[in-house]
Write a protein that binds this ligand. Structure first.
Ligand code: NAD
Length: 594
């Protein structure tokens, strides 16, 4: 086999009459100093080159589906890194140092005769990518990193981050220490690792297919242990400020067990031009979600290559002013109180907000106020209780602004009075708005988020009333308890899709809800007075909501009575039932002895 000339090795079974010559896969071996690398090319060499580098313990075949999807538009290049697949495997540990891996990458670039390429790395392919873009300036037009930070940036995170974040990442990296033990990992690879790995892949939804896992898996696995031994705890050249000068797309797999979100978020510090995207997948996203991964790579490469306008998702991922910058947020009931404060808070953090409300003028006022503060907001009228209106609303949001990243199902109403004083219509209206409104919002927007495959977050506003029974708010409390349970169920269902669900349970908040409520049996003045005197501003609830989305918190009780009520509901529900009997429907009068 020639080492430098083109020796095509056609995959004849994949050739069909309608394949042009450019779509034929070409394979050859190239020399890269001490190793011979198996290099694969497909697609038209005249098109922009995308170089896909695999991780450990994979081979170039892990990219098969993505490479196929990219081929019509790009010249796609892959190779087996040293120690893997059909490339040669040096014996000594030092041969797996990052500088050697970067040398291999440079040899590949020289062999294909490209001055600059778009680099895509997964796992160790990504780790070496971070090093390559630093060491080989001018050779990469862009870099897409999946599942592997640069080692310098990783070291800085472990040094500078909060102890909890460091511990979180260390726990995910336990195997790195285990790989340092002499002989043991090799033994494990021949005994249990392939079975354990197979199970982990199946759990993620990776179906084994020809080429992945490779028939050389055990050999690749044992060779690749040297990647950890040569690089993880070895002394590296000091790089005080490991900045990356290349446009970088970071694809964060929401369920990747090996890399913590905190570590990935910290990378922005080193990359002035970074697009941070999420994919609702596990470690091998390119196997389970090849269409999404190929779309992300294609969009990014085209945008960088010739200035093709970015998709809405890509444009949003390029925000630099924090986690909510350019994110699309939908807030219902945004015309007043907690909804208005939440819309303003997200906008203040750079988000684009769709302010929805039954009262269009109120929604417009919120949007205009955001606009006056240089934010981006749109007002829309919708009755959340109406399935037909919500369908049209969700469709319009997707058509005009894209799939939302965050949806806050906040709109709500209250009816106060005893159960026997409630009209049937009170129940219907309360359940329709407070529960069905949330169901519609979750159904329609969760579906959009799942289809997009880039994760998201849903916040449902319940109340202290969700877990604190009361004789004054039977319909309201029932609707809020249902919202709480709906949120818990949905959180379990959507976790695997990278979509977080939070339920927020405030105590008394000083908004217009008491003035807007329906009263069965009086107490309007008293209710309004209590909420006003409580003096808890909706802005503080909004701050809790932003924090909860950031930390993906499941349940957020807000303010003193919210927190005490939540704690008591878990410690002593009987006590809360006792309290409920004391809150007479005529407020203030003690209940008659029963
Ligand atoms: P608010 O009355 O100030 O605001 C509610 C907004 O929802 C209003 O702008 C209203 O026009 C809108 N709305 C009502 N029905 C709607 C519908 N069918 N479709 C679309 N929009 C509709 O009330 P708030 O205090 O800001 O309440 C917001 C949420 O917080 C509600 O779900 C409420 O139950 C909950 N909450 C409030 C408190 C509190 O003490 N204020 C406490 C716990 C929970």
């Amino acid at each position: 086999m020639s080492s430098s000339g083109l020796t095509p090795c056609l995959y004849l079974d994949e050739l069909s009459n309608n394949l042009s010559r450019c779509e034929v896969r070409r394979m050859r071996f190239i020399d890269a100093g001490d190793v011979r690398l198996a290099l694969h090319e497909q697609g038209d060499p005249a098109r922009p080159t995308v170089l896909l580098v695999h991780g450990y313990p994979d081979t170039h075949r892990v990219w098969d589906e993505v490479a196929e999807l990219l081929t019509p538009g790009f010249h796609v290049v892959r190779y087996d890194v040293r120690g893997a697949g059909r490339s040669s495997a040096p014996r000594e540990t030092g041969a797996y140092r990052l500088d050697r891996l970067v040398g291999d990458l440079a040899a590949v670039l020289d062999a294909i005769g490209e001055q600059t390429v778009h680099l895509v790395g997964h796992d160790w392919g990504s780790i070496q990518g971070w090093e390559a873009v630093r060491r080989l300036p001018g050779r990469f037009a862009s870099f897409t990193s999946m599942g592997g930070p640069g080692l310098h940036q990783w070291a800085r995170f472990m040094k500078d981050a909060a102890p909890r974040d460091v511990a979180g990442q260390a726990l995910r990296s336990w195997y790195m220490a285990a790989f340092q033990a002499p002989g043991l990992p090799e033994l494990a690879w021949h005994a249990v690792v392939p079975r354990v790995l197979g199970r982990a892949m199946r759990l993620e939804g990776v179906r084994p297919r020809e080429g992945h896992p490779a028939t050389t898996l055990v050999r690749d696995g044992t060779n690749g242990v040297n990647l950890y031994r040569a690089n993880m705890f070895a002394s590296r050249d000091e790089v005080p400020e490991p900045y990356v000068d290349v446009p970088l797309q970071l694809i964060e797999a929401a369920n990747d067990p090996f890399v913590s979100p905190r570590l990935l978020a910290s990378l922005r510090r080193w990359v002035p031009r970074m697009w941070h995207r999420k994919i609702a997948a596990g470690h091998w996203a390119q196997r389970t979600h090849p269409e999404v991964v190929a779309r992300m790579i294609g969009e990014f490469v085209r945008h960088i290559e010739d200035g093709t306008p970015p998709s809405r998702e890509l444009a949003r991922a390029g925000g630099t002013r924090g986690v909510y910058d350019r994110r699309l947020v939908v807030v219902t009931g945004a015309g007043s109180g907690i909804g208005r404060a939440t819309a303003r808070a997200f906008a203040a953090h750079g988000a684009e907000v769709v302010c929805a409300d039954l009262d269009l003028d109120a929604a417009r006022r919120t949007a205009e106020e955001i606009g006056r503060r240089d934010g981006v907001a749109h007002a829309r009228r919708v009755d959340v209780s109406r399935a037909d209106e919500m369908e049209l609303f969700a469709q319009a949001v997707r058509d005009e602004h894209g799939t939302p990243d965050i949806v806050v199902n906040n709109a709500g109403i209250a009816v106060t009075g005893s159960f026997l004083d409630h009209e049937l219509s009170d129940w219907r209206r309360t359940i329709d708005v407070n529960l069905w409104g949330v169901v519609h919002g979750c159904r329609l927007f969760a579906r959009q988020m799942v289809e997009r495959g880039e994760g998201g977050h849903i916040v449902n506003i319940a109340s202290l009333a969700a877990f604190m029974p009361s004789r004054l708010l039977p319909a309201y409390s029932t609707s809020k308890a249902a919202v709480k349970m709906l949120s818990d169920c949905l959180r379990a269902e959507l976790a695997g899709k990278g979509i977080g669900v939070t339920v927020v349970c405030p105590g008394f908040v000083s908004t217009a809800i008491a003035s807007n409520a329906t009263y069965r049996g009086g107490h309007r003045a008293l209710s309004e007075w209590v909420l006003l005197r409580r003096g808890y501003p909706p802005e503080r609830v909004a701050a809790h909501i932003l924090r909860a989305v950031h930390h993906d918190t499941a349940v957020v009780p807000v303010n003193a009575e919210g927190k005490i009520g939540y704690a008591l509901s878990r410690l002593s529900p009987g006590l809360l039932r006792g309290f409920a009997r004391l809150t007479d429907a005529n407020m203030g009068r003690l209940p008659a002895k029963r």
